[in-house]
Write a protein that binds this ligand. Structure first.
Ligand SMILES: NC(=O)c1ccc[n+]([C@@H]2O[C@H](COP(=O)([O-])OP(=O)(O)OC[C@H]3O[C@@H](n4cnc5c(N)ncnc54)[C@H](OP(=O)(O)O)[C@@H]3O)[C@@H](O)[C@H]2O)c1
Length: 301
């Protein structure tokens, strides 16, 4: 039985990932960086994605094991498509896709391609990546999709996802839009699970805990100033009890642990099943988000 204090190494202790291929976004920092280190050490071939090839190459070079760096800028759909094409061209089944990268609570509304930046990066870029890779995941013996959500999914906008305000033109609040994007990650896990479970691919969502990583880089005001203090990391570890190796554990557990074979459509926190919000388990909303996303991405899929 694992706990919130279990590390990524501990939850994968008995797991042999030799012969497995794992695609993961955001491998150059925080939880993704630690997860890649551990998964590669357990024998997986990790296809490590970062915003630029330089960042991905540097991150991959720093871990032991078999890794392939690729560039994937999630807010640039051409970049996501190009990345997916490169992975498909490797012509290997993909055992796991971990959608780990993310940005949090941008203080100012940032727009790109008609979408608010957190929704575009955290949700739409990942949705496209998984959608394009799904045939390769189906070829794996027991394919898994892991979406990094957050307990922040509970602090979303009115209605869960406000399809009439995805560009923020009717009002913008950084934290609420982060919550909306993380709810979208959770609903996307449920939606892929619903559509792929019949062919043996399962998808789950993860809240990793509260961990002091570079995720706080965009914060402004008092909170932003706090995280720039030299002792902030230590205080976070003490108060919330999670270091980066502990924070990376739940995604590694959900991605690889044999006891979760055939488990999907769930939300995990602290290495066990957690409770979602009302919207987080709303199938109608998940279907609406699916239809919206497929429609938005019609030129890419
Ligand atoms: N830390 C927490 O307390 C916490 C809590 C709940 C959920 N989460 C979730 O956990 C995941 C990992 O976060 P973390 O804490 O490890 O944060 P982190 O250290 O900031 O890592 C985030 C990663 O995402 C990448 N990324 C950001 N924007 C991107 C883009 N447009 N295209 C491609 N990659 C991009 C970053 O790349 P750059 O370094 O190049 O920007 C970085 O590699 C996130 O999805 C986050 O929402 C974290």
């Amino acid at each position: 039985m694992f706990t919130k204090r279990s590390t990524a190494e501990q939850v994968t202790n008995d797991v042999d990932l030799t012969g497995k291929t794992i695609v993961m976004t955001g491998v150059n920092s925080g939880l993704g960086n630690e997860a890649m280190r551990v998964l590669a050490a357990k024998g997986a071939h990790v296809i490590g994605l970062a915003r630029s090839l330089e960042k991905a190459t540097k991150a991959c070079a720093e871990v032991e094991g078999v890794t392939t760096p690729l560039s994937c800028e999630l807010s640039d759909l051409d970049s996501v498509k190009h990345c997916a094409e490169q992975i498909i061209a490797m012509d290997t089944p993909i055992d796991v896709v971990i959608c780990n990268a993310g940005i949090m609570a941008l203080p100012e509304l940032t727009l790109k391609d008609g979408l608010e930046m957190q929704f575009l990066t955290n949700h739409m870029g990942h949705f496209l990546l998984v959608y394009l890779l799904q045939e390769k995941v189906k070829q794996a013996k027991e394919g898994r999709i892991v979406m990094l959500s957050s307990m922040g999914h509970q602090m979303t906008v009115k209605g869960g996802i406000n399809f009439d305000n995805l560009d923020g033109s009717q009002g913008y609040k950084g934290w609420k839009f982060y919550g909306q994007s993380k709810l979208a990650n959770l609903l996307t896990a449920n939606a892929f699970d619903e559509r792929l479970k019949g062919v043996g691919v399962r998808a789950n969502a993860v809240h990793p805990g509260v961990i002091n990583t570079n995720l706080t880089r965009s914060l402004d005001g008092v909170l932003g100033a706090f995280f720039k203090l030299p002792f902030a990391g230590l205080l976070m570890d003490r108060v919330f009890g999670k270091t980066i190796p502990q924070g990376a554990s739940t995604q590694c557990y959900v991605a690889t642990h044999p006891t979760l074979k055939g488990v999907g459509g769930k939300y995990f926190s602290d290495n066990k099943e957690g409770k979602t919000s009302y919207y987080g388990s709303n199938k109608e909303l998940a279907d609406k988000l699916w239809d919206y996303s497929v429609g938005y991405l019609k030129n890419y899929i």
